[in-house]
Write a protein that binds this ligand. Structure first.
Ligand code: PEP
Ligand code: MG
Length: 579
């Protein structure tokens, strides 16, 4: 038996066989094909070549590339057109009866290994070019099999080096219940999505391949961040017991479904859910939540093969609004960029993508994409109670610029005789320090505010939310962050606007009393944290409010540590309210 300790990303216990995910997540079917399928596989390969070449040429035509970018694209074109490789692949299909994906993979592998063995920067780049083209071809020939992970299942624990949010939703669809990541952090989008999908995850075990081989039997404890290889009888018993206990807790929590999220001194807190995938909306009824406080619509993009049309989006938003009614569905416009780059809208590489073309900036730079989304949202608004929210707003002018596009879309719809909610509430995320510092002006113009602490912490403390190396600086209760939250609460209340917290902070038990005590009346949380947060809200009282009212936030971090981890501890550890 061997135990490895990583970081806890998403709770959950699972047992299964280790499967290393290589080739950027593509699983190559190993089977040979019957001779009558040779032509079909050849055709699949040739059309993958054709489509990939076409896409690359279109990309070249559309973008103003510098010389080195053009060199890379030309190198790709050369590889795609390489007659020798084409011959080898066709031969492998015809003579060896390999399926197209396997043939591509075999043919490219040799060249890639050759370049890699040269141990030289230039050849390494060459290997990377071949890998890139190979992956593009593979994705195309595997298109019948939309999900490259469909070969996995509940009896496997895939191991990734790093994982993309779109891959999280794909492994979930494949039936996987737990996975390991060599690198990863708690507030990355992949991590948030994992928790939303109840997909257990342990990350940050560098060099894991030294200890775990393909096919090893593993137990994974997401809550403790533990991976156990070849568990002995004692470990098996321990985890079986732990599973039983967590099932009991789960059953007990059900009693909170109908209980109100009201504090002991009678403050009603709106407790809603964050969702990333349309199917997660079922959790609203299942958990008894008061609507959706954040629908991260960009996830629609990440799992599609083509841009979602207005009609397609309209149907998604309409169905969600109907399911969530009479509660509100808060739709955040696409927050693309950062770690959520869409393969559907090619974008030039940015050195600092989190400070670059992200969120509302990306949408304003692609007005057609935003327009289609806003039209779809507006049309859906008559089917329920929809609110629109913009991500990554820096100040009131930024907000007003985005809001003007809603006006254009409303005018269009009006002229087309289409129905929509004329008074649809429009709000802003507060996730950039400048937005918090401008919250007075922002609150005057918008209908509601929602604090995205994941980014607010990242940008206030200049600490990459995805980088585990600087994890210790990602301090969500840092006094600088709390001052920005407090300023936002005060300004929202000055203008009579509601303000919620939809960042991960709202889902972390230790922070719930702090936020409630600071005056927050709305929390939007991850489904997996819902009942625990409700339980803690029901523990809060006026004494808590007094403690926080008298607390000086201009203080140092150790003092806030003392507040959160000592003074407020009874509120999140002890069960004080009935149920
Ligand atoms: C946030 O930044 O806290 C937030 C809710 O948005 P996201 O995590 O999607 O960036
Ligand atoms: Mg954000």
């Amino acid at each position: 038996m061997k135990e490895l300790k990583g970081s806890s990303i998403a709770a959950g216990l699972a047992a299964g066989r280790a499967v290393y995910i290589t080739r950027k997540g593509l699983t190559i079917p190993e089977h040979r094909i019957p001779p009558e399928l040779v032509n079909a596989e050849l055709e699949a390969y040739l059309s993958a070549i054709h489509d990939t070449e076409k896409e690359v040429l279109e990309y070249l035509g559309k973008h103003n590339l510098n010389t080195s970018e053009e060199d890379i694209i030309n190198a790709h074109l050369e590889i795609i057109r390489d007659p020798e490789l084409k011959d080898i692949i066709q031969k492998l299909i015809r003579e060896e009866l390999h399926n197209a994906a396997k043939a591509i993979s075999v043919a490219y592998e040799q060249t890639i290994l050759f370049f890699k063995s040269m141990e030289n920067e230039m050849f390494a780049q060459r290997a990377a070019d071949f890998e890139d083209v190979r992956n593009q071809l593979l994705r195309r020939v595997l298109k019948d099999n939309d999900n490259p992970f469909s070969g996995l299942g509940a009896d496997t624990i895939p191991i990734f080096h790093e994982i993309q949010p779109s891959e999280v939703s794909l492994i979930n669809k494949a039936g996987v219940t737990a996975y390991i990541c060599e690198l990863g952090s708690y507030t990355s989008h992949a991590a948030i999505l994992s928790r939303a999908l109840n997909l257990a995850c342990v990350a940050n075990i560098p060099g894991i391949a030294e200890y775990i081989a393909e096919g090893d039997q593993l137990i994974m404890d997401g809550e403790m961040g533990m991976v156990v290889k070849d568990p002995d009888v004692e470990a098996l018993e321990y985890y079986a017991q732990k599973l039983q206990i967590s099932e009991l807790i789960h059953q007990k929590q059900q009693s909170l479904k109908t209980a109100k999220a009201t504090t002991m001194n009678g403050r009603d807190i709106t407790l809603s859910l964050n969702i990333g995938l349309p199917e997660e909306v079922d959790k609203v009824a299942e958990l008894g939540s008061e609507g959706v406080g954040l629908f991260r619509t960009e996830f629609i993009f990440l799992s599609r093969n083509e841009l979602p049309s207005e009609e397609e989006q309209f149907e998604i938003y309409r169905d969600l609004a109907q399911k969530v009614a009479p509660s509100a569905l808060t739709i955040r416009t696409f927050d693309l960029g950062g770690d959520k780059l869409s393969h559907l809208i090619p974008s030039p590489k940015e050195d600092n993508p989190y400070l670059g073309n992200r969120g509302i900036r990306f949408s304003l730079a692609h007005p057609e994409v935003l327009r289609i989304q806003l039209r779809a949202i507006l049309r859906a608004s008559v089917f329920g109670k929809i609110r629109i929210m913009f991500p990554m707003i820096i100040d009131v002018d930024d907000f007003l610029e985005a809001k003007r596009i809603i006006k254009t879309c409303s005018d269009e719809l009006y002229n087309e005789g289409k129905e929509f909610d004329y008074e649809i509430p429009v709000g802003t995320m507060v996730e950039i320090p400048s937005a918090a510092l401008s919250s007075d002006a922002l609150a005057r113009e918008c209908d509601f505010l929602s604090i995205g602490t994941n980014d607010l912490v990242q940008y206030t403390l200049a600490v990459d939310r995805n980088n585990d190396m600087v994890n210790r600086y990602f301090i969500q209760h840092h006094p600088a962050v709390l001052k920005l939250i407090r300023a936002t609460i005060n300004n929202a209340s000055k203008h009579g606007r509601s303000v919620s917290i939809c960042g991960e902070m709202a889902s972390i038990p230790e922070y719930v009393p702090l936020l409630i005590g600071m005056g927050i009346n709305e929390l939007s949380v991850n489904p997996s944290a819902f009942y625990e947060v409700k339980r803690i809200i029901r523990n809060c009282d006026d004494k808590l409010e007094r403690i926080i009212r008298n607390f000086d936030f201009s203080t140092s971090l150790p003092q806030v540590d003392d507040l959160v981890y000592r003074s407020l501890k009874p509120y999140y550890t002890v069960k004080r309210s009935p149920l």
